[in-house]
Design a protein around this ligand. Structure first.
Ligand SMILES: Nc1ncnc2c1ncn2[C@@H]1O[C@H](COP(=O)(O)OP(=O)(O)OP(=O)(O)O)[C@@H](O)[C@H]1O
Length: 272
């Protein structure tokens, strides 16, 4: 491999004749985390689906480790790239964490081949890396949102792919788990040379854990650069239509927001 782990050029996608992603290009080197942000409906998930090969771009092309995503077989692609989707629809599954993570080994097994020692070792290793080995025998349905998210990331790791795509992995998580999950993604990138693309709504979380941010607005790139360059009122206010004040916390950019319709009434005194 000579180029970046993941690159995409001029991606465009339409649904029913309506363009939802337009002329988006990006690159992610091994060991880096790219955050994708933007308002609801701005095309974040659609972009991720093109990167993962789930949908074919109408224009442009994505490459993973120099393999064109569109022209790579699903099985070969599954060894290069793992996706953690927003709604996995498996919260009620009776499968244990170990069984879920073993699903990540599927691309490495031949037809009708049962998992062997190497697969079991890969599952254990993945569960250990996300700090969830003690959950191995627990059914996913009994886990908290944060535990479940760790198991899904472990499944992606067991796949052995060098690129991870995560769609809002912090959805429904409390503040501590949000930081834990993104810290984990960052550690995987830095420690294991994984390239990660993470869709995030929370710009301040994105600032802390991403090397670069791509902000979509109406399917187009509104900004693409370091968190320091992107998270400025001139960029964020027109995209989200909200007053923004830039601070720095521990040397990390941090935005405070001021909704235009903010009520200035006094707080109610009798509630507490
Ligand atoms: N399968 C589909 N068929 C038709 N339109 C779709 C389909 N999937 C997404 N869209 C539309 O494409 C646009 C972009 O949607 P997408 O889910 O990519 O946005 P998003 O930025 O991920 O949104 P959110 O922040 O709300 O999750 C939206 O207008 C959405 O309604």
């Amino acid at each position: 491999m000579t180029g970046p782990r993941l690159r995409a050029e001029h991606l465009r996608l339409s649904y029913d004749g309506r363009v939802v992603v337009d002329d988006v290009s990006l690159t992610v080197p091994a060991g880096a985390v790219l955050g994708i942000a933007g308002p609801n409906g701005s095309g974040k998930t659609s972009l991720l689906r093109m990167l993962s090969g789930e949908v074919t771009p109408e224009h442009g092309e994505a490459h993973i480790e120099d393999h064109p995503v569109e022209r790579t077989s699903p099985k070969a692609l599954a060894k290069l790239l793992a996706m953690v989707s927003q709604d996995e629809g498996i919260t009620e599954t009776p499968l244990s964490a170990a069984e879920i993570v073993m699903l990540g080994r599927t691309p490495h097994l031949g037809p009708f081949q049962r998992p062997g020692r190497a697969d079991i070792a890969a599952v254990e290793d993945a569960l250990r890396r996300v700090g969830a080995i003690e959950l191995a025998r627990r059914p996913l349905s009994t886990m908290s949102g944060g535990e479940r998210q760790r198991v899904l990331i472990a499944r992606a790791l067991a796949q052995g792919a060098g690129t991870l795509l995560l769609d809002e992995p912090t959805n429904h998580l409390d503040i501590r788990y949000q930081h834990e999950v993104l810290g984990l993604v960052r550690d995987l990138a830095v420690g294991s040379e994984v390239a990660a693309v993470v869709v995030l709504h929370d710009l301040n979380l994105a600032a802390r854990y991403c090397d670069a941010l791509l902000v979509l607005d109406g399917g187009r790139v509104a900004a693409y650069g370091t968190p320091d360059a992107v998270l400025v009122p001139e960029v964020i206010e027109p995209v989200y239509g909200i007053g923004t004040h830039r601070l720095d916390v521990d040397g990390v950019p941090h935005l405070a927001f001021h909704p235009a319709h903010e009520s200035h009434g006094e707080p109610h005194e009798h509630l507490v």
